[in-house]
Design a protein around this ligand. Structure first.
Ligand SMILES: Cc1ncc(COP(=O)(O)O)c(C=O)c1O
Length: 482
């Protein structure tokens, strides 16, 4: 048989028996060893079907898909739930376009996922940004202040909706309940990107869910923190601020006409696990996390973020299932730490930056996973290498760039590519999205500043990924020509 490079690599990685502190939430299928419902894994190829007699239709659900969505609605405590097979991205597109019309203004947390900005292009919207508090040194977004939301609403009475990411990648939860009260008191719609919080309803020790806080529509990446296959997400709605018929149309617009039955079935299965075993598994997970974090306190040179930031920087609560681990005081930067954990201990984390690594845990992780991580970190802490001082992240102020055009206007204007250093003072036709943290520091239509160019060049030279440029070497950027 001819070489199949993609499949071969995936099988090779599978054979490595890696401990997963990354997405998806089923942890390389580990949880399905416990919950092997009707041996579904053996049937995957056979149940990969389409709309035939007996399989219902996602875009006009009347039978099994309707039942599965209703079960999910009950489990996740929404009024109505829709299955998403094109990731949370398709849900974000749909809820924002359902809440707005072309030409509308929308208030958006600047630490949003790029899909939120992208839909302003498709939906012809003018974004107004809310700035989260930032840990400028580490480049991490913290909380969004309710007062900042109110200020933006007063300044922009014509805005139709507010979009907030809750919780953040690192697990920080703003005071969403207060934000919801403010947004609703101004007669606006609150849309929440809860991509990282599908598991929050499983314990009162976790931040409240966005629905509990009063959000009108919420998108959850079930695949990120619960046992569903990658791309499987849900959109939940409550109340009457969102036009449900318009929302259904938008879902048809943004989702495939050949939705994967395997993904939909995985959402069905995740619902059952969530409802029947989720709370118990979450208690176990929170116990393992606590034990792990306590043991780590005794290891010199390794720091693990606890709840010390709650109550500061507009952080109301913390998703403690996230592990932000740093060894930079010991001379190991986050990139190196991620690489060593993988190479030496067969542990894969979710992401890294200069300061540390982020681990995503889920109800699919067990004691063995935490023990392996503890052993690896202990071992690393005992093999000190004097690598000299770690270079700091270059300073970046995260100030608001001047906007000349909306992202959509900028997209359709004539452009030319120039070297980054020649772009200062020009209007950008592209994004700068340093990843992590994935917060766009430049959006099409905004004026390029010297600080951004210095930051991006330094970051790229240090091996950090910067998304959003057509030039994959990140040497050139498109600017508007007129
Ligand atoms: C905060 C946030 N929102 C939305 C998304 C998009 O989710 P999906 O990959 O399921 O489309 C992501 C993806 O990582 C994300 O981090």
């Amino acid at each position: 048989m001819k070489s199949t490079p993609l499949l071969d690599r995936l099988l090779q990685i599978e054979a490595e028996d890696i401990t997963s502190f990354h997405m998806p939430g089923h942890k390389n299928g580990k949880i399905f060893k416990k919950f092997h419902y009707k041996n579904f894994k053996q049937h995957l190829a056979n149940i990969d079907t389409t709309e035939i007699i007996g399989t219902d239709n996602l875009h006009k659900p009347k039978e099994i898909i309707k039942q599965a969505q209703e079960r999910a609605s009950e489990a996740f405590k929404s009024e109505e739930t829709f299955f998403l097979v094109n990731g949370s991205t398709s849900g974000i597109y749909s809820m924002i376009m359902a809440a707005t019309s072309p030409g509308d203004k929308i208030i958006i947390g600047r630490n949003c996922h790029q899909s939120v900005i992208n839909i302003t292009i498709l939906g012809d919207l003018t974004p107004v940004y809310l700035y989260p508090e930032m840990d400028i040194e580490k480049g991490i977004a913290l909380g969004i202040s309710p007062e900042e939301v109110e200020r933006r609403l007063i300044e922009n009475p014509d805005a139709k909706a507010v979009v907030i990411a809750y919780p953040t990648y690192h697990g920080f939860a703003s005071d969403l309940k207060r934000i919801a009260e403010i947004v609703h008191s101004h007669g606006k719609i609150l849309l929440v990107d809860e991509a990282h919080g599908a598991h929050l309803g499983l314990s009162h020790r976790l931040p409240m869910t966005a629905l509990e806080c009063g959000a009108d529509a919420v998108v959850q990446s079930i695949h990120k923190t619960l046992p569903a296959f990658t791309q499987s997400s849900m959109l939940h709605v409550q109340g009457n601020r969102i036009d449900r018929e318009k929302l259904k149309f938008m879902l048809r617009l943004h989702q495939s006409t050949s939705p994967s039955y395997i993904l939909m079935a995985s959402l069905d299965l995740a619902t059952t696990i969530y409802q029947d075993y989720g709370r118990e598994l979450m208690e176990e997970l929170l116990y393992h996390v606590e034990v792990f974090k306590n043991k780590m306190k005794d290891i010199e040179g390794v720091t693990v973020l606890g709840t010390e930031l709650v109550g500061k920087h507009f952080i109301k609560a913390m998703d403690t299932t996230r592990l932000w681990i740093s060894m930079h005081h010991q001379g190991i930067d986050g990139y190196e730490l991620e690489r060593r954990l993988r190479d030496k201990y067969r542990i894969q984390m979710e992401l890294s930056n200069i300061y540390g690594v982020l681990g995503m845990t889920s109800i699919g992780n067990d004691k063995e996973d935490f023990d392996r991580l503890y052993t690896g970190l202990l071992d690393l802490s005992q093999h000190k290498e004097d690598k000299g001082k770690i270079e700091k992240m270059p300073f970046f102020s995260y100030s608001i760039p001047k906007r000349t055009f909306t992202p959509r206007e900028a997209l359709y204007k004539p452009k030319k590519k120039v070297l980054l250093e020649d772009s200062i003072g020009h209007i950008s036709g592209e994004y700068f999205i340093p990843y992590p943290p994935g917060i766009p520091i430049l959006i099409p239509g905004e004026v390029i500043e010297e600080e951004m160019i210095n930051y991006v060049k330094t970051m790229v030279a240090r091996g950090m990924e910067v998304l959003g440029l057509k030039d994959i070497t990140c040497q050139r950027i498109e600017i508007l020509t007129d």
